[in-house]
Write a protein that binds this ligand. Structure first.
Ligand SMILES: CC(C)(COP(=O)(O)OP(=O)(O)OC[C@H]1O[C@@H](n2cnc3c(N)ncnc32)[C@H](O)[C@@H]1OP(=O)(O)O)[C@@H](O)C(=O)NCCC(=O)NCCS
Length: 184
């Protein structure tokens, strides 16, 4: 089953990214040092980096039931950030969210993550998970608000390319496990 390329929530419109989004994605969040601080990918230095991400996104959508989504405001179409599902195997994906700074603190990450949970259910997935830096309380709180619980048995060190420290950092893993037998 393939995910819809457009989803709507109360305030947000989520769409599979297209080449036309590159300039806005780069300017609104992908090049911002504050926004990308805790991201696992290097901050974009030029729009070429963003275009490379969009080529990756197209490949993800070709290969898997879903991929990245651009987040826009429903009322004005303004680009706010991105989210999505990153599949590793059938039935299991990781998710994440990144928002432009002027879109923080408005509940958008929680609203977008709820949409990813609903989508995971509709796709009959078994597990959705997310990892975050151990000090990133805002992100952990978004996950907790959306019913994710910490997988305490999981412990990893990950290098964060946009942090000043070079040493790999502890990360937390949060998950939602779905009842595969349930009718969605
Ligand atoms: C982290 C991020 C996604 C949060 O987005 P957001 O839309 O502001 O999140 P929401 O408003 O939905 O929810 C944030 C929650 O965390 C809380 N919060 C914010 N900062 C916090 C902090 N330092 N400690 C604890 N809780 C915090 C907020 O109060 C809110 O909870 P509440 O609704 O109970 O009041 C956003 O700041 C962002 O895009 N940051 C840069 C990218 C990033 O780090 N992504 C996550 C990578 S794992």
């Amino acid at each position: 089953m393939k995910a819809p390329i457009q989803l709507e929530t109360d305030r947000l419109r989520l769409t599979a990214p297209t080449a036309a989004d590159a300039g806005e994605m780069f300017a609104r969040y992908a090049s911002d040092p504050d926004v990308t601080r805790y991201m696992a990918w290097p901050r974009h230095r030029s729009v070429i980096d963003t275009q490379e991400f969009l080529a990756f996104s197209d490949a993800e959508w070709q290969r898997w039931p879903a991929g990245p989504y651009v987040i826009r405001g429903r009322s004005d179409g303004r680009l706010l950030g991105s989210t999505g599902l990153a599949f590793e195997r059938a039935g299991e994906a990781s998710t994440g969210y990144v928002l432009a700074k002027d879109a923080w603190g408005l509940g958008y990450a929680t609203e977008a993550l709820h949409a990813m949970v609903d989508l995971a259910r509709r796709l009959h997935m078994a597990r959705l998970y997310a990892i975050c830096h151990h000090e990133h309380r805002a992100s952990a709180h978004v996950l907790e608000k959306c019913g994710f619980t910490r997988d305490a048995s999981w412990s990893r060190l990950v290098r964060f390319p946009n942090l000043a420290v070079d040493a790999p950092q502890p990360v937390l893993c949060y998950e939602r496990v779905f009842d595969a037998a349930a009718t969605h």
